[in-house]
Design a protein around this ligand. Sequence first.
Ligand SMILES: [Zn+2]
Length: 104
Amino acid sequence: MTYSAPRAPGEDWPLLAGAVMWDGVALMAADLAALVADKIRSGALPLPPEPPGRSFVGKGTVQRCDVCEQAITEDQLEYEVDVSDSRTLRFHDGCHHMWRQARV
Ligand SMILES: [Zn+2]
């Protein structure tokens, strides 16, 4: 599996290839993909819309990520995706990447 992390412009933001830092623990991409698949199967997460819906990227606002359920802190990127009129999903950079790739 290849993993290419988007970078914020003008920011030197160190990211490990293939891993997401998670409270100091490297959560490997394979584990994250399995977590995403589980959540989609259980209905906790919708499938990523095609074409992609409205999404925003910004600094974390310490809200919970819809994949790993950890807070997205101010030094992390937060992806917000509107999946319906009433629901907005929030993700870490790496978690969003995995969700976008999810196919069940
Ligand atoms: Zn996350």
